[in-house]
Design a protein around this ligand. Structure first.
Ligand code: HEM
Length: 401
């Protein structure tokens, strides 16, 4: 158990209050219980930057084989069915990751820039005659889905439906640790959708990433349909939800920090810093689970083989031991130590793509609507134990001052 946990300290990742503002409780965890044990939900939480970083790098002891969500419904041996190599340790992880990583090299990603920009411009131009919009519904939710879909070959007509299932898969009801029925159904629907798509692709593979996976061979060995489907679902959830939330969080925090907004107005070359500081300050991925492969002692606590551990990267990103004045949103700060894309063998495969999408989406938005304002009364949050961001973010486009 923990060294000396304060009796009043309770961290419930399912509480909507925590989703609203997790940062005060993160601070208490870092200061009072850096190896925190939640008895009722039976998980450990690590919150200090150095501990989260070390655990990310130590995949032999902090295993991913039960997946990365703390939900009892998904934290098990079969997690890789829908999370692919995100929920695997070496050597299985490395074999699959090596196969798909060709599609994500910095060069391949840079080649996507004109297409990403064209998609962003198309959606933003549709808003030109309007006074306001829901930034998530009308833009941030659409762009990443289109980019992934084009990479995987998902037809335009099916994208909104797939995104709806991905949203269902991450939503959690207040105070309920079980997966809601809609989340289970969302997963099954995505599974059926992709198995149908693969049936077609075996007849005619195509030239996109899905086609490449259908025909890929490693030492004469082909990927099974199950492996490919797991990867396709991972792409839709990992690549889509996170980037949508990044864009919404970026708009929100710049609006909440008028001084930083003035800074960006004065110097547009700071725009990539807007992406980076948002990733650090309020990352769309706040928490990732691991299962202990061996016993480990940390801060006087004994984490035992088989225990569930939550790595709070969102808390590590606000640790004053790593970032001076961490609760200040500051476009000029050094963010290079951020934990937002993980570290080690599971380091986000889509990090360059997410940064590219973030930069282009915000550049095109800022160019058109630098006087945007947020209507706080219409904001709605996503409720999930892993993902943090907005389900709705109503903005006025500020064209008429
Ligand atoms: C702001 C956007 C994003 C954030 C914050 C983010 C965050 C992360 C993090 C923290 C991990 C490490 C997971 C772990 O250690 O268990 C990860 C892994 C991963 N991400 Fe991302 N991600 C983003 C966007 C994307 C995009 C756009 C894609 C793909 C199109 C993607 C694909 C993946 C994949 C495939 C993995 C698994 C890597 C592995 O297990 O080896 N991500 N991501």
């Amino acid at each position: 158990m923990t060294a000396a946990p304060s009796a009043a300290l309770e961290f419930d990742p399912y509480a909507y209050e925590v989703h609203e503002d997790p940062f005060p409780i993160y601070r208490r965890l870092r200061d009072e219980a850096p190896a925190y044990w939640n008895e009722s939900l039976r998980f450990w939480a690590l919150s200090r930057h150095a501990d989260v970083l070390a655990a990310f790098k130590d995949h032999a002891r902090f295993s991913s084989r039960f997946g990365v969500s703390i939900d009892a419904g998904t934290f098990h041996e079969n997690a890789s069915a829908t999370m692919s190599f995100l929920a695997m340790d070496p050597p299985r992880h490395d074999r699959l990751r090596a196969l798909v990583s060709k599609g994500f090299t910095p060069r391949r990603v840079a080649e996507l820039e004109p297409r990403v920009r064209a998609i962003a411009v198309e959606y933003l131009d549709e808003l030109a005659d309007r006074d306001g919009c829901d930034f998530i519904r009308d833009f941030a939710g659409k762009l990443p889905m289109d980019v992934i879909s084009e990479m995987l070959g998902v037809p335009k007509a099916d994208r909104a439906m797939l995104r709806g299932w991905a949203d269902d898969m991450v939503h959690r009801d207040e105070g309920v640790t079980e997966m809601p029925q809609a989340a289970v159904e969302g997963g099954l629907r995505a599974l059926n959708y992709f198995s149908e798509m693969l049936r077609e692709r075996h007849k005619s593979p195509g030239t996109d990433l899905t086609g490449a996976l259908v025909t890929a061979e490693i030492d004469g060995d082909r990927l099974s349909d199950r492996e490919i489907i797991g990867f396709l679902i991972l792409m839709v959830v990992a690549g889509n939800e996170t980037t949508t939330k990044l864009l919404g969080n970026a708009l929100y925090w710049l609006w909440r920090n008028p001084g930083e907004r003035d800074r960006l107005r004065a110097d547009a070359s700071l725009l990539p810093r807007w992406v980076e500081e948002t990733l650090r300050y309020d990352n769309s991925t706040q928490a990732l689970a691991r299962v202990m492969a061996t016993d480990v002692e940390l801060h006087g606590a004994k984490l035992r083989a088989g225990d569930k551990v939550v790595l709070l990267l969102g808390a590590g990103n606000r640790d004053e031991r790593a970032f001076p004045d961490p609760d200040r949103f500051d476009l000029l700060r050094d963010t290079s130590a951020m934990l937002s894309f993980g570290q080690g063998i599971h380091f986000c495969l889509g990090a360059s793509l997410a940064r590219l999408e973030g930069r282009i989406a915000l550049e095109e938005t800022w160019k058109r609507f630098p006087r945007y304002e947020i209507d706080p009364s219409g904001i709605a949050r996503v409720h999930s134990v892993n993902v943090r961001g907005f389900a709705a973010l109503p903005i006025s486009l500020g064209k008429r001052s």
